[in-house]
Design a protein around this ligand. Structure first.
Ligand code: FE2
Length: 328
């Protein structure tokens, strides 16, 4: 099966709040109709994808739908404008509230971190704000998708919804069965988009199970949601499309990274005992920084409220909650 001549990569760029040049990767799969898999940030579909698709003779209005891997704004944001054009928006059913109800998204994605960081008093006001971090919407989801559901998009294009949680609690991959190709969104992200912080992992035990499951699937092609970094890459060589052994290597490296983060936090808890989470940040990150490059200034005071550049803290909180037995 010739896979890549059926897939148009759509890479949009954005400037992070820290001023870095970042990319989001979505894909157009040409089946009986063209379908998008993720849609970037708000505005990406109309501003950046439309000219690229036009080059291939596709107008946005031709799209049969957009399959979104998870509710984060840099994947679902661009789907909102497509939804407004009448193009069906598909999202894992358990993530639907996080796109339709932004305060619910805050409670789910951010409230645990605010509590762990001793900032619970800020929650009532912040949860009602329009935007925070990667929350986007509100937007109605046209078609919630269920785990293991299969969409027949063409005679030779059957897309199975595969739960691959960890980055978020209900992230899915969209698996093109005939091609052995999986659109994985942010489920597997190595060091993240930039070396120097932690990848964004909301549920570490689920992340480890996802990695093992993907290893067993023996994927032929993995199409990720960003140009993620790993040990062998830097900004200009990171690749959003991986093949066979490269996928295997990437998944195993992610498992190593998971163990480094889990052990780093567990060792800090063992050394410090039952102290507030804020007192564990530096010792835990010191442990982690012995194994992987960390450029984030984790010794700096946490701002009130902490915001987008500190998202690595969400990962650290999630690993802390794992060590405490709160996440399984
Ligand atoms: Fe994400």
């Amino acid at each position: 099966m010739r896979v890549l001549n059926r897939i148009i990569p759509l890479v949009s760029n954005f400037i992070s709040l820290e001023g870095g040049n970042m990319h989001t990767c979505a894909y157009c799969l040409t089946a009986d109709k063209p379908y998008l898999f993720d849609a970037g940030n708000p505005g990406d579909a109309t501003n950046q994808y439309a000219p690229e698709l036009q080059f291939h003779g596709i107008a946005l209005q031709d799209l049969g739908g957009v399959f979104v891997t998870h509710a984060h704004g840099d994947h679902a944001g661009g789907a909102i404008e497509l939804h407004e054009m009448g193009i069906p928006l598909m999202l894992p059913e358990a993530e639907v509230p996080y796109l339709e109800d932004m305060p619910a998204a805050f409670d789910h994605f951010f409230a645990p971190s605010f509590r762990a960081l001793g900032q619970a008093d800020l929650i009532p006001e912040i949860r009602m704000r329009e935007k925070l971090g990667y929350i986007t919407g509100p937007c109605r989801v046209d078609r919630p998708v269920k785990d293991d559901e299969v969409f027949a998009l063409a005679r030779d294009v059957h897309i199975r919804v595969v739960p691959i949680p960890g980055h978020t609690d209900h992230s899915v991959g969209y698996y093109w069965e005939e091609a052995g190709a999986m659109f994985t969104g942010d489920a597997v992200q190595g060091y993240g988009q930039c070396v120097g912080a932690l990848p964004i992992i909301q549920n570490p035990p689920a992340f480890a199970r996802t990695l093992k499951k993907l290893l067993e699937m023996d994927l032929q092609v993995m199409l990720t949601g960003h140009m993620f970094q790993n040990r062998g890459t830097h900004a200009v060589t990171a690749n959003n499309v991986k093949f066979q052994k490269e996928i295997d290597h990437f998944l195993k490296e992610n498992l190593e990274l998971h163990e480094i983060m889990l052990n780093g936090v567990a060792d800090a808890v063992a050394a410090k005992g039952d102290v507030p989470f804020t007192e564990l940040i530096v010792p835990a990150m010191d442990n982690i920084a012995k194994e992987i490059p960390i450029l984030a200034d984790y010794t700096a005071p946490i701002p009130r409220p902490y915001n987008f550049p500190q998202l690595w803290l969400d990962t650290l909180v999630a690993y802390y909650r794992t060590v405490k037995g709160e996440l399984k």
